[in-house]
Ligand binder design. Structure first.
Ligand code: DMJ
Length: 450
């Protein structure tokens, strides 16, 4: 943004942070990697300021100790005080590890190896990639990994919940992004991405029944039973999973997969629909919809929708209710048309919808997306703006009055959400996607040339 003075001030402040000691009991290795390490690497990659690379190495050295376990798998929720006291009993990778937290360390550590010429960072994360690749087709939903894996026993295939959203998503995000980062030099990432995309298309993505019958997609959660012989779709949507449209646009473009770009368009349209259909124009953290009987057969039926709303709310004998009773009960539930429930009606300043709109815009040039982005920004700004910054809110589905501000602003509002809003209205040469690839916290890392 050409704010050079502010940049200089920020770098000077960052160099004073001491990453060699802390009072914290536990370190979240994933969050520290994507926000701090990714932040320093991204800032170095756009500025070339070596103070930032030195800081990245300092954080990297600290995080590297989390990999000092018997099987070289990292401890994702790391008791750093025990590690400093050399308590070996606690230096063991977790038996219940979230797949996102172990599967999305690769970009930052790989970039650190490229920039320092020291392969140890890459080696550390490549071991994880290899184990995940080996077991990707052994899971109950081959192509996807379960939400929780056992890093202690190196088991990445046991479990029956398969989501592309919260606590899992970035493990998939880093597959095509690693390929982009390395200029396509390692085939393993393309292979893993293609397997995952194929399974997601078949089992997770679905067309919901919506009032104007738009041809959109939502990414739901798949649950397996009987060793994977039965797969059930949970037709739930969440803000976090909105990144998946952008990801399929990227994967589709990188690996020339037209079907992925087509799905990306519909997924992005699904998130746009979820924003537009809410009373304040802002999508909630989570919601439920009901799938069409088939992607081709998707006629809106008001009565059916009302019954689905009441079923979701555990109302009994829905079939026996008269139309006026249905209308009265559904009105009380305060669920906008098309949704069947809003389990969490917060908006936490998250980026995923604008992230995918931005990537799809850069990938396709679709003209309406800038207009959409502007309306989205205006709606978010209306309910989140405060005197000094922006705040997360509760109550985005409320028809009456403004949502309640909760006095909280995560770093991803500046790191991601506002960055994507800024970039969609900028010249495409600013952070060109031919030169850079974003980590999951929107820090731009320079790509190697193919
Ligand atoms: C960000 O910290 C990252 O995008 C992460 O991968 C999950 N989502 C949050 C923002 O919503």
């Amino acid at each position: 943004m050409d704010m050079r003075e502010e940049f200089e001030e920020a770098v000077a402040a960052a160099t004073t942070i001491n990453f060699t000691s802390t009072d914290a009991g536990e370190i979240n290795v994933f969050e520290t990697t994507i926000r701090y390490l990714g932040g320093f690497l991204g800032a170095f990659d756009v500025s070339g300021d070596h103070r930032l690379l030195r800081k990245a190495v300092e954080v990297g050295e600290m995080l590297y100790k989390a990999f000092d376990t018997p099987n070289r798998m990292p401890i994702t929720r790391w008791d750093i005080q025990a590690a400093m006291l050399n308590d070996k009993s606690k230096q063991v990778a977790g038996s219940s590890t979230l797949v996102a937290e172990i599967g999305s360390l690769s970009m930052e550590f790989t970039r650190l190896s490229v920039l320092t010429g020291d392969s140890k960072w890459f080696d550390a994360v490549h071991t994880i990639t290899q184990r995940m690749e080996e077991q990707q087709m052994w899971t109950e939903l081959p192509g996807l990994w379960p939400l929780v894996v056992d890093a202690e026993k190196l088991l990445f295939s046991l479990g029956s919940t398969f989501t592309l959203g919260a606590m899992a998503g970035s493990a998939y995000e880093y597959l095509p992004k690693m390929s982009a980062l390395l200029g396509g030099q390692l085939d393993i990432y393309q292979t893993m991405y293609e397997r995952a995309a194929q399974t997601a298309l078949r089992h997770n993505l679905f067309r919901p029944t919506v009032p104007a019958e738009e041809d959109i997609l939502i990414a739901g959660v798949a649950h397996t039973s009987y060793g994977g012989r039965n797969v059930e779709l949970e037709p739930a949507g969440q803000h976090l999973v909105c990144f998946f449209g952008g990801l399929m646009a990227l994967g589709g473009r990188l690996f020339s997969r037209k079907q992925d770009v087509a799905a990306a368009e519909k997924l992005v349209d699904g998130c746009i629909w979820a924003y537009k259909s809410m009373p304040h124009g802002v999508m909630p953290e989570t919601f439920k919809v009901y799938p069409c009987s088939s992607p081709q057969n998707c006629t809106w039926d008001e009565l059916l929708w009302m019954r689905q709303v009441l079923r979701e709310n555990n109302v009994r004998d829905v079939e026996s209710l008269s139309q006026s009773q249905l209308v009265q009960l559904v009105t009380e539930k305060n669920v906008p048309r098309g949704f069947t429930a809003i389990p969490d009606d917060a908006y936490l300043l998250r980026p995923e919808a604008i992230e995918s709109i931005f990537i799809l815009y850069r990938a396709t040039g679709r003209k309406d997306l800038r207009e959409v982005a502007w309306n989205m920004f205006a709606a978010i700004d209306r309910i989140t703006r405060t005197e000094f910054g922006s705040s997360a809110v509760r109550g985005v589905s409320g028809l009456h009055g403004k949502p309640l501000q909760t006095d909280s602003m995560e770093s991803f509002w500046l790191g991601e959400t506002l960055k994507y809003f800024y970039l969609i209205f900028s010249d495409p040469n600013i952070i060109s996607l031919d030169e850079f690839v974003f980590n999951t916290e929107a820090h731009p890392l320079r790509r190697l040339l193919p």
